[in-house]
Design a protein around this ligand. Structure first.
Ligand code: PXL
Length: 286
């Protein structure tokens, strides 16, 4: 028998184009050698051309799904993406409080990259009250950090200030992602025995049309690394590297902002197997 991989639960919206949301998260989870299970919070109508509209799933259906999954699987980490409404958010927060699942990564999805509102202002307040304190890791991008703290967040110093404000609101560990800045800069602010420490991660910004779902991929990869037992700084480093590679290996698909290539490592395996097959057939001809 093969060893059982860690189980990672994603609670997120459904993007039918599979660039973001649950179906993309399952690809990220598979790419990290974890077993993915999922609870859909909302159905969106969208393509690579943007989000048209969405409807949330009934909150009781979500509670029942989460309880059913938790009664069956030993869940090592949880990723939370788009929730869509305060009712859904409250159901998810209540489940996490009761189930006490470990390694909860909360990506506070407020807007799509195309600009559609994915969580109203009241639900954003509930997110700070109910989900922020439960999260092991909170992963706003600079726009989300600004919206949630009411502070300007356009440079590294302001990312630090916003992270401190989020700590004072109850966040244990925060990564503010600044992929939209000139140099792609992420700030990790994490709690250690010595107090709050920070680490800055910088990378060259990639000019690419295949960036739909980068936030989902980053936060889901983080959950997978925590599920594998890695520490938070290492998880951030590896997740950032995964997203960069998935962008640089992307292929053009759809007419708008395309998805990352979440499964680029599979193609590397295939290329390796093609090389082996060619070598073997060349050898057998000799
Ligand atoms: O990228 C944020 C996001 C998260 N989850 C779902 C989405 C989007 C953006 O479109 O559709 C389901």
């Amino acid at each position: 028998m093969l060893a059982t991989p860690p189980v990672v639960l994603t609670i997120a919206g459904f993007d039918p184009s599979s660039g973001a949301g649950v179906t993309a998260d399952l690809k990220t989870i598979a790419a990290h050698e974890c077993y993915g299970i999922a609870c859909i919070s909302a159905l969106t109508v969208q393509s690579t051309k943007g989000v048209r509209r969405f409807e949330t799933v009934d909150a009781k259906l979500i509670s029942d799904t989460l309880e059913e999954l938790a009664s069956d699987f030993s869940v090592e980490a949880v990723h939370i993406g788009m929730l869509g409404s305060e009712a859904v958010l409250s159901a998810v927060a209540a489940f996490l409080t009761i189930s006490k699942l470990r390694h909860v990564v909360v990506d506070p999805v407020l807007r799509s990259s195309s600009g559609a509102d994915l969580l109203g202002p009241e639900a954003s307040r509930a997110l700070l009250e109910k989900l922020l304190p439960i999260a092991e890791l909170f992963t706003p991008n600079i726009d989300e950090a600004a919206a949630l703290t009411g502070m300007p967040v356009t440079n590294l110093a302001q990312m630090r200030d916003a992270a401190n404000r989020l700590h004072s609101m109850g966040a244990a560990n925060v990564v503010v992602t600044g992929g939209h800045l000139e140099k792609a800069t992420d700030l990790l602010s994490f709690t250690t025995a010595r107090g709050v420490e920070t680490e800055v991660f910088k990378a060259d910004r990639q000019r690419s049309k295949s960036t739909h779902g980068t936030g989902c991929a980053f936060s889901t990869a983080l959950a997978c690394h925590l599920a594998h037992g890695r520490g938070i700084p290492e998880a951030v480093l590896l997740s950032k590297a995964y997203v960069s590679a998935a962008i640089s290996h992307a292929y053009p698909i759809g007419q708008g902002v395309g998805p990352l290539n979440h499964l680029y490592r599979m193609q590397e395996h295939r290329r390796a197997s093609v090389v082996i097959a060619e070598a073997e057939s060349a050898h057998s001809r000799n």
